[in-house]
Design a binder for this molecule. Sequence first.
Ligand SMILES: *Cc1c(COP(=O)(O)O)cnc(C)c1O
Length: 252
Amino acid sequence: MLRAMTEINVKQGIRRVLQQIEEAKLRRSEELRGSDVVLVAVSKIKPVELIIEAYDEGQRHFGENYVQELYDKATNALIQEKCKDIKWHFIGHLQSNKVNKVLAVPNLHLIETVDSRKRATQLNKNWPNFGGPDSKLNIMLQVNTSGEDVKNGIEPSEVNGLAEFVLKECQNLRLQGLMTIGQYGYDPAQGPNPDFLSLRKCRDDLCKALNINWKDVGLSMGMSTDFEHAIELGSTSVRVGSSIFGERPKKN
Ligand SMILES: *Cc1c(COP(=O)(O)O)cnc(C)c1O
């Protein structure tokens, strides 16, 4: 009903965004050109029917930012039947009392928003109760690159310390990269987005400090309004919602 009214064409949305990703990849500088870009379809507030439509189009990575909603969708009977190879990303703020619920999500692929030693420690300690033997939980560190108080995430200056902690003390976690949301409404006509440049610098500094190959540290940055710009600046994972699933109702 709702679908007919709003005329969302999810399959077309996926195809269009993938095309835009390919085009943006070609505009990257030589050194960035080799790395791949993952499209994470952000399905928050959207019904499972639309997720299945995107899945049928070949989309595998999906992002949600509320633990309960993610859990409900991941355990939904239709999703379980039709989307066996789905890869869930948790992209919201993770509270201490929700850790076990998020770890119980079937096909949980990556938690993008680790922002403290405490949370890393908790995830590391509890993951063996959920993952198979020897499996590691993929995580990213969320960095508050814009310095806005309302944003979660660690300061750029804290990245090396937390990364080192995860690498040395958290044997059940696999550090996949850094994630940022960045300032809303930045106009790329003003030049390269400083938040994206900042995240890239965090990555480069981290790799230098801990002697890691930069290609092993992903950058999750870019949303519907700026994912192409983010890719040009080195993003390896873009989180796109409304450009695929249509606008969400505004929060008030
Ligand atoms: C909602 C959300 C997105 C997707 O936003 P769109 O503007 O709809 O593409 C990406 N990242 C995070 C963390 C989000 O909460």
